[in-house]
Ligand binder design. Structure first.
Ligand code: G4P
Length: 530
């Protein structure tokens, strides 16, 4: 294998998804510790005020002590070069979070053992399923009171519609957490909480070994034997093909905080997950090992440095090797360009890089030429990667400038920010551009919008909340727009258009989506726009 091939085949690029507080940051931090990328815990996310140090790209982040952008971290572990894509939670959840999953080849889903599947996990999970990427489950916080492990697996299967295969099985939980049983190695990993120690002691004991009683006690031993018997009889067989296609999720139990089960998880995960996956570009399939460079833009971050008003375009390298000295072809712009100041994030720091390989994520300075989904490739090649879907916003506001004289700046600002993909803008067929309906995936984007229009365009906004929570694109290939009179819509449904001219419906409730579908049998609605 050439150096070039081995560089690509050792790359693993994945996203970590979870509901806030499930332990995503703690787990990421432990991964980075193993890889030696950080010297101590607390770097990925410190306390509220120190966290800004990681990504103080926008004033708003500093004020709130949150990270608006999803960040990327690279580290080395046992010969693998690992790219972790972080997906922000809470109100800083945005369309970026969804798009980040477009750049990943697999996902690690962190679940709180006491809470099970939560809202945010469900949302992100849907996008993973859409892409058929492998999904690994880490059920965290076993050192606390937890729900029954069978029940947790059943919930994942039922709520998320994916089969599960428990790679290890917990013995007790909370104060009585004794460790896990590794089903493949057929050994117990005994839990001894020693705070920040790198690894818990692994004791190889078979299920029938009399030593087991001394280790976990007879009651837990009987319970474990019963559990394993039940598990072997009732659960799916392990099938790597199904894992690779996101149909079967390997499940691991552990405790990120006490460092229990993290390293075995990382090792199994790296063994099972996939090297950089190929991507579709219309008829063409671009393989990571193709010897020429290609990448697509999945995120644009404006004003990371306020003094320079710069924008950074984040791209995922799909094939080949990126060389900072070579020109690349920007397909949508129709031009050969040199990507300037390419950089990569290594844990807390950004650094300028000279080369990157398929699987890597690089950020380049964007003088305003890139859009989400753009393709970059070797000069002479002209394929376009399939577009990144637009995700349905869940919060809507009617927005206009407070000062009507500022209409021009208002529109310019709105369009530019929409082009970056931070917000989506809509209009009703009957109104002009005096007012715009703004849709966002997470409400923080409204604050970002308000802040940026004021600071960058000098426009103060008037915003009015709208009662809609759901959006569906109308599929229509007749070439003629649908007129409102042609549809039976309730009073809480609104027909709007996006700026590409696609028609959409805004709904106040899930119930009214069903109602409209029921009354308009010929209407096809989709959740992800093209
Ligand atoms: P997130 O990124 O998914 O939002 O979660 P994060 O890692 O920040 O963890 C949320 C809280 O849960 C933190 O406590 C963290 O210490 C705790 N935690 C994470 N993993 C485990 C675990 O395995 N066991 C236990 N018992 N707790 C865990 P916090 O008090 O909210 O924050 P902090 O003050 O410790 O930073």
């Amino acid at each position: 294998m050439s150096k070039y091939e081995s560089e690509i085949s050792r790359r693993r690029t994945f996203a970590i998804i979870s509901h806030p507080d499930a332990g995503k940051t703690t787990l990421t931090e432990k991964f980075l510790l193993y890889g030696g990328a950080i010297a101590q815990a607390g770097v990925v996310k410190g306390k509220k005020n120190s966290r800004a140090a990681t990504s103080d790209w926008m004033e708003i982040e500093k004020q709130r002590g949150i990270s608006v952008t999803s960040s990327v971290m690279q580290f080395q572990y046992e010969g693998f070069c690992i790219n972790i894509l972080d997906t922000p939670g809470h109100q800083d959840f945005s369309e970026d979070t969804y798009r980040t999953l477009m750049a990943a080849d697999s996902a690690v889903m962190v679940i709180d053992a006491a809470k099970g599947v939560e809202a945010q996990t469900r949302k992100l999970f849907k996008v993973c399923v859409m892409r058929d990427i492998p999904i690994f489950t880490f059920i965290n916080k076993m050192d606390r009171e937890a729900r029954d492990p069978f029940e947790l697996c059943e919930e994942i299967e039922k709520e998320l519609g994916i089969d599960t295969y428990a790679v290890n099985w917990p013995i007790g939980c909370g104060k009585d957490f004794k460790g896990v049983y590794d089903r493949n190695k057929r050994e117990i990993i005994h839990f001894t909480s020693n705070g920040g120690a790198r690894q818990a002691t692994a004791v190889e004991v078979g299920l029938d070994d009399p030593e087991l009683d001394g280790l976990i006690g007879p009651a837990f031993r009987t319970q474990l034997q019963d559990d394993i018997e039940l598990l072997d009889g009732a659960s799916c067989d392990f099938d790597m093909e199904r894992v690779r296609h996101g149909k079967l999720s390997p499940v691991f139990f552990g405790s990120a905080l006490t460092n229990f089960g993290v390293e075995p998880f990382l090792e199994d995960f790296l063994r099972m997950t996939t090297p950089p996956l190929p991507r579709q570009a219309g008829e063409v399939i671009v393989d990571s090992m193709d010897d020429e460079f290609s990448a697509f833009v999945f995120k644009i971050q404006a004003n990371m440095n306020k003094a320079h008003r710069d924008r950074i375009a984040f791209m995922r390298v799909v094939s080949g090797r990126f060389d900072a000295d070579r020109e690349v072809y920007h397909v949508q712009g129709g031009k050969k360009i040199k990507l300037s100041r390419p950089q990569q994030l290594m844990a807390a720091e950004r650094e300028i890089i000279e080369e990157a390989y398929a699987g890597d994520i690089i950020g380049v300075f964007d003088p305003g030429i890139f859009s989400i989904g753009d393709t970059l490739c070797a000069p002479g090649k002209k394929f376009r990667f399939d577009p990144i879907p637009t995700f349905a916003p869940e919060h809507f506001r009617r927005v206009r400038p407070l000062d009507t004289m500022k209409r021009k700046q208002f529109l310019k600002g709105m369009e530019q920010i929409a082009q970056e993909g931070a917000i989506q803008i809509f209009k009703t067929p009957y109104t002009g551009m005096e007012e715009v309906i703004v849709g966002v995936v997470g409400t923080l984007q409204f604050d970002v919008l308000e802040y940026r229009l004021k600071n960058e365009y000098g426009v103060e906004l008037y915003m009015e909340g709208l009662p809609y929570e759901y959006l569906r694109w109308i599929e229509n290939d007749t070439g003629e727009p649908i007129k409102e009179e042609q549809l039976i819509l309730g009073t809480d449904v609104k027909l709007v258009e996006d700026y590409k001219g696609n028609q959409l419906l805004l709904f106040a409730s899930q119930w009214s989506i069903h109602w409209v579908q029921d009354k308009n049998k010929d209407l096809t609605l989709t959740e992800f726009g093209g």
